[in-house]
Ligand binder design. Structure first.
Ligand code: FES
Length: 104
């Protein structure tokens, strides 16, 4: 059963990010350019929740030590040699579904 509904996330706004649990896993959801992206809610540096950071102008920034990531891909911007773990998403019937076993 890989696809799981991200409960209560169907109303995610453009430019918004929120955290939720999917099958017990902390997941960060964000919407950018009309697309929903999902990531494991942990920074690649020291695992601080990315949902406690900032999402602005397409960049996710960790609150702890300012690691910055491309919000559309999870690729590190500064530093460039890190990456957030990305999950596949889909929208159906006004709900967001996440597969934490599959990359986008
Ligand atoms: S834990 Fe995110 S930058 Fe250090």
């Amino acid at each position: 059963m890989p696809w799981c509904k991200a409960e209560g996330m169907g109303d995610l706004w453009e430019g918004e990010m929120r955290s939720c649990k999917v099958e017990g896993n902390p997941v960060l959801l964000l919407k950018q350019a009309g697309r929903v992206h999902a990531y494991a809610d942990r920074c690649a540096h020291q695992a601080v929740p990315m949902s406690e950071g900032r999402f602005r102008d397409g960049v996710l920034t960790c609150r702890a030590h300012e690691y910055a990531y491309d919000a559309a891909t999870g690729a590190g911007i500064n530093p460039g040699n890190v990456r957030l773990r990305a999950y596949a998403t889909k929208s159906e019937a006004g709900e967001i579904w996440v597969d934490t076993t599959r990359a986008p």
